[in-house]
Design a binder for this molecule. Structure first.
Ligand SMILES: [Zn+2]
Length: 293
């Protein structure tokens, strides 16, 4: 079984939509970072959003980074997608736990707190495009909607959900982003709102085993949606010894020599996938020599 992203447009061309099922990639993130349920939900929602935004780029070399910079106990949440929707991410305090909210749900909003959401869109060509909005609720989906409205002037509807099982594994995860394109009239926006409301909670759809295409057909019922694609996505990190070496070299000669003088071995752990890279003091000195004086 794999996670998938589906894309649809309505036949009038005024609405485009993506939906994702992301249970497996969210479970992978949980295992890598040792997340408690609250962190699993916050990271899982952010990963799902970043994945859908990345897959919209249509740029194989591109990437989308979503940073949730709240002042809550979870700390910052970061997710990075490649141009196909394969994602990786981390959050600063994966072992934070809070009481359930009044309606019996994981209190992601309180875990995230207040702050900003930053989205960095890199098409791999020119300067990346950076947008920032204040967090509305810290529940991620509402914050995404605010981001699209304020930063990109796109009216949208976004739903994200993560269900954690009694053994803390991920039972279901995913969501959708529906965007109104220029030219759509007010009545379409109202009909969409109604359609989204009557489709019900996205976690219910995910938990019932619906595919992302089925979710889109349900949410856009009445708009004659056409499914354009359904493609697999996964948790994917791009770290490598070369990349880590590049990052070390960019620290500069002085810094490298200082490190080499402090320890025989220097260990760097990838914050996205926990892979470890080991360098000897001799290797660090060699890198220092490769940097122009
Ligand atoms: Zn990695």
């Amino acid at each position: 079984m794999k996670d998938h992203i589906a894309r649809a447009v309505t036949t009038d061309g005024f609405i485009r939509a993506d939906a994702i099922t992301s249970r497996h990639l969210t479970e992978r993130a949980r295992q890598i970072h040792g997340c408690l349920p609250l962190a699993t939900a916050a990271l899982g929602r952010t990963l799902a959003a970043a994945s859908m935004m990345g897959s919209q780029l249509k740029e194989p070399q591109g990437s989308v980074t979503v940073q949730i910079r709240g002042n809550g106990p979870l700390g910052s949440v970061v997710a990075v997608s490649d141009g196909q929707g394969n994602v990786r991410g981390y959050l600063h305090n994966p072992a934070v736990d809070l009481p359930l909210s009044a309606d019996g749900k994981l209190d992601v909003g309180r875990g995230v707190g207040i702050g900003q959401m930053v989205v960095i869109r890199d098409l791999g060509l020119k300067e990346p495009y950076i947008g920032m909005v204040n967090l509305v609720s810290g529940e991620i989906a509402e914050d995404m909607t605010a981001y699209f409205a304020e930063s990109e002037q796109i009216p949208s509807a976004c739903a994200l959900g993560v269900l954690v099982d009694t053994d803390q594994s991920v039972r279901a995860a995913g969501g959708y982003i529906i965007q109104m394109l220029p030219g759509a009239d007010k009545s379409a926006a109202e009909r969409l709102e109604e359609s989204v409301r009557s489709a019900g909670a996205v976690t219910k759809m995910l938990d019932s085993g619906m595919s992302p295409s089925e979710i889109l057909l349900r949410v856009l019922e009445g708009f004659s949606p056409k499914i354009l694609s359904e493609t697999p996505v996964e948790y994917r990190c791009y770290c490598s010894a070369e990349r880590v070496t590049g990052a070390l070299v960019s620290m500069g000669r002085e810094e490298l020599l200082k490190l080499a003088g402090e320890q025989d071995h220097f260990e760097i752990t990838c914050q996205f996938c926990d892979r470890q890279f080991l360098f000897t003091a001799a290797q660090l000195r060699e890198m220092a020599d490769s940097v122009k004086k």
